[in-house]
Design a protein around this ligand. Structure first.
Ligand SMILES: Nc1ncnc2c1ncn2[C@@H]1O[C@H](COP(=O)(O)OP(=O)(O)O)[C@@H](O)[C@H]1O
Ligand code: SF4
Ligand SMILES: [Mg+2]
Length: 326
């Protein structure tokens, strides 16, 4: 894999990214049971651009490869192949991506006071000189995310889920990042708390000119966060386009299916399970179009031939044999 640095307009440009996991049984079992090695392709030839100062969201059901992309972008995994080009920031240094995780409790050290959790990146990166300056910065960050100076004296377990996510946001901001990768940051929260944290994240984006790669399985969440949305299915992007355009004119049958499952305020108790059966295992992906076993429009061609990604006049990219220009 090559990682390069480019100027302007895009914070990150990703091309042909592939990530395969070796999920073979231990070698002795393979030897005794005469089993071959097994590989799981979690991310299959993905390309996208994250606009500088904007938000691209990745959306799709569980297991479609969203977190793997997040881990590739933040350097926690290395890709089998593909290119990642980060733009350089105003200081001339390449942007690096900071991660905000779904479960704020697991990512906060339970034995540390909140002020030390937030101070750690400041000290590590030597962003402030004296202890007094570090403290001052910690209080500033607590206030930025809607907490108070006295909250710094407490431990993570003394906070609610929403407050803990505010703490992890403060900690992420402590390293003064320009690019945040947010992997289902509000999925563990109640709907009302979710909205508060999402509003906070939008405000911070404006205030600090942040770039987001935002990840969610929920179309209603990404709608209000994103400039562009990439819909993923079984490790591939099946549709990617401008948020308004994607909601007004969803082109891919899977995008349409996802939009049908958005919770309806008038029918709040409607079953939200996505229709058309289960997502197939990435260990045995279907032939042709990976969506064909669930697709209401599938034809014989669909089980034989993988649809290539095409760019429509609207700027939407879509991978489906049936989609035509209007
Ligand atoms: N470290 C890993 N080892 C083996 N398989 C993995 C690993 N991480 C993810 N996978 C598999 O890759 C696929 C995509 O997973 P993931 O990226 O977590 O999807 P999502 O975040 O969209 O739910 C899943 O089938 C998952 O089981
Ligand atoms: S290529 Fe065929 S199976 Fe795949 S989404 Fe389009 S119509 Fe459905
Ligand atoms: Mg995930």
């Amino acid at each position: 894999m090559t990682t390069m640095f480019v100027q302007k307009t895009h914070a990150l440009r990703v091309e042909g990214l592939i990530k395969t996991f070796d999920v073979s049984a231990p070698w002795l079992n393979r030897l005794v049971e005469r089993k071959p090695r097994r590989y799981l392709q979690a991310v299959s030839d993905i390309s996208f651009e994250v606009p500088l100062g904007g938000c691209l969201s990745l959306v799709g059901e569980s297991g479609c490869g969203k977190s793997t992309v997040a881990r590739l972008v933040t350097g926690l995994y290395s890709a089998n192949s593909g290119k990642m080009q980060f733009a350089s920031g105003p200081d001339g240094k390449p942007l690096s991506a900071q991660m905000i995780f779904q479960d704020p409790y697991a990512s906060l050290n339970p034995r540390w006071r909140v002020k030390n959790i937030i101070a750690e990146p400041i000290r590590e990166l030597k962003l402030r000189k004296s202890a007094a300056e570090v403290n001052e910065r910690v209080v500033e960050l607590l206030k930025t995310v809607g907490l108070s100076a006295s909250d710094g004296e407490k431990f993570p377990h003394e906070f609610s889920g929403g407050q803990r996510q505010r703490i992890s946001i403060a900690r992420a901001l402590a390293s003064e990042p320009r690019f945040l990768v947010c992997d289902e940051p509000t999925s563990a929260l109640d709907v009302s708390v979710q909205a508060q944290v999402l509003n906070l994240m939008r405000r911070l984006q404006d205030e600090f000119g942040l770039t987001y790669l935002f990840i969610s399985h929920d179309m209603s969440v990404v709608r209000h966060m994103s400039d562009r949305i990439a819909v993923m299915y079984l490790g591939r992007i099946v549709e990617e386009g401008d948020t308004e355009e994607l909601f007004a004119r969803p082109r891919h049958p899977y995008t349409r299916l996802l939009l049908q499952t958005i919770p309806n305020i008038e029918k709040p108790h409607r079953d939200r399970v996505v229709a058309g059966g289960e997502v197939p295992s990435p260990l045995k992906p279907p032939s042709g179009c990976p969506f064909h076993p669930r697709c209401p429009s599938a034809t014989a061609r669909c089980s034989a031939e993988l649809p290539q990604v095409r760019t429509l006049a609207s700027g939407t990219r879509v991978a489906c044999h049936l989609v035509q220009e209007d």
